[in-house]
Design a protein. Structure first.
Ligand SMILES: *Cc1c(COP(=O)(O)O)cnc(C)c1O
Length: 499
């Protein structure tokens, strides 16, 4: 299998090259030149495999230039019981006779980004070796919270890699900050910058586009890379858990082989829901995809009208990982929906860049709406969904998952669709403890309490155990307390690399 770019389909490179490169030179994203098929018998066969075996099976269909040993090495280092606090890695929780939560937050940072960022470092270092690249990889990340920590945990102590994370000094939650400044590992560095997320992001972009700096790094045997969600190496691991969930439901006799299910995903960058669409293209029986957004509802409007328009107000919500106006993985979806029309995709992306909007043809719109539904919800309804689900089902959701549940409830009420439905549960409620406690007990439940009191309080109210990785933050030494000017980011990297 070869990989082509969404903006130039004459490009043909291996998956290792695509993962190493991240983004194509003309700005497009890498996609496989055909979608591998999985037969219904093979899906049935997944029932008797554990998560690691399922991952090897699915990944081998896309990373065809990786040997079986290489894939095994990547998967077995990423999805361990030790890191995920469960051997099930991505368990399915039955809520009622229709709805099931696919829990993607049992990894070390308590959010679904771990599903991809635990394996990406191994895919990346293996790709480097396979393409005769012997320099050490230096990962630079600008984060608004979740991605930085997940990348740090993924890359820590992975040989042949170093990672530097920049976060806005006053732009992340207390728990997120604690998670980052107590980070362990000999190859990591974390620095706060005086500025907001955009400042951190532009600073990192500036370093990436500095040709002279690239040469200096190369002379010192370093090569810059990023861990962002447009890399194929982050998307492909996400396809696995949709098959895994289906296999678990089959195994528990919740569905019969071949029965179609719905998939609901709380969406930001369109990566997670796109992975489920790839699973469908491969042969997973899916009836409808339901794309859930918060008040930043650019995708809801797009799916309902065919017009993408980012020229609108940006809202800060209680589901911050979905506060996005440009969903970069949508580009891959448009490429597939248009039967791989690279010229058209390049045109639409160019329009998005210059005018902030584009519209798809009637044909693409019809294809999309045949499979995709969408809905959005505001903070108030999100909090109400958490309270209702806790009272009626005894299950406590985080704010992102609650957006999905709320949108799903509206969808089911409007359509009468009773198809069995998987709702992607993307974060542990403990990670967003403040909002979850407000949902359950009102603002009085949180007033004047520190983070660790909130964790204990949430544990008491939900009957759930505090994840070890959050509980242990209380006693971990604070290793990274420096704050730099946004103009000093390159010096921070140089200090760390000792060049
Ligand atoms: C990143 C994230 C999302 C959004 O996922 P996309 O793949 O960007 O659509 C949803 N929930 C949580 C908790 C996240 O961290």
């Amino acid at each position: 299998m070869q990989y082509q770019s969404t903006r130039n389909k004459s490009i043909a490179i291996t998956s290792a090259q695509a993962i190493k490169q991240g983004l194509s030179v003309e700005g497009g994203l890498f996609v496989p030149d055909s979608i591998p098929k999985v037969s219904i018998e093979e899906i049935a066969g997944l029932k008797n495999m554990n998560y690691r075996e399922r991952a090897e099976f699915i990944l081998s269909r896309y990373l065809t230039d990786f040997t079986a040993e290489e894939l095994k090495y990547c998967v077995e280092n990423a999805y361990t019981k030790e890191k995920f606090e469960t051997d099930n890695i991505a368990p399915v929780y039955k809520l009622d006779d229709k709805a099931y939560f696919l829990e993607l937050w049992h990894g070390p940072t308590c959010a679904f980004k771990d599903m991809a960022l635990q394996i990406l470092p191994y895919l990346l270092t293996t790709s480097m070796k396979k393409t005769d690249e012997n320099d050490e990889v230096v990962i630079l990340v600008a984060t608004s919270g979740d991605t930085g920590k997940a990348a740090l945990e993924g890359f820590r102590d992975v040989s042949g890699t170093r990672i530097v994370v920049f976060y806005p000094d006053n732009g992340v939650s207390e728990i997120q900050k604690l998670q980052m400044i107590t980070q362990e590992g000999d190859n990591v560095s974390v620095c706060a910058i005086k500025g907001n997320f955009d400042d951190a992001q532009s600073g990192v972009k500036k370093i990436f586009s500095d040709g002279a700096y690239k040469e200096l790094l190369a002379a010192n045997r370093f090569k810059l890379s990023s861990a962002n969600s447009i890399n194929w190496g982050r998307l492909v691991p996400q396809i696995v858990y949709y098959f895994s969930a289906y296999a678990d439901m089959l195994k528990a006799d919740e569905i019969t082989l071949g029965e179609k299910i719905n998939v609901v995903v709380p969406t930001g960058n369109f990566g997670n829901i796109l992975a489920s669409y790839y699973a469908y293209q491969m042969g997973l029986p899916v009836n409808k995809f339901i794309c859930a957004s918060n008040k930043n509802n650019v995708l809801t409007d797009f799916i309902k009208t065919g017009k993408y328009n980012k020229n609108r107000d940006f809202h800060t919500t209680i589901s911050p990982s979905m506060d996005i106006l440009i969903s970069s993985n949508l580009e891959r979806f448009l490429y597939h929906l248009s039967d791989r029309d690279d010229k058209l995709v390049a045109e639409m992306m160019n329009k998005l860049n210059t005018e902030g909007e584009y519209e798809v043809s009637k044909e693409i719109f019809d294809r999309m709406t045949e499979l995709f539904a969408a809905g959005c919800t505001d903070d108030e309804a999100t909090l109400a969904a958490i309270k209702k689900c806790s009272e009626e089902n005894g299950y406590v959701m985080d704010t992102h998952t609650a957006v999905a549940k709320s949108v799903y409830d509206n969808y089911a009420a409007e359509t009468g669709d009773t198809t069995k439905t998987i709702i992607a549960s993307t974060a542990s409620p403990f990670k967003f403890n403040q909002s979850v406690l407000i949902a359950l007990g009102g603002t009085a439940a949180v007033a004047g309490k520190d983070e660790f009191t909130l964790l204990t309080e949430l544990s008491e109210r939900s009957g759930m155990k505090i994840p070890q990785s959050l509980a242990s933050l209380k006693t971990k030494p604070k290793l990274y307390t420096s704050v730099c000017e946004k103009s000093e980011m390159i010096e921070v990297v140089n200090d760390f690399l000792q060049i």
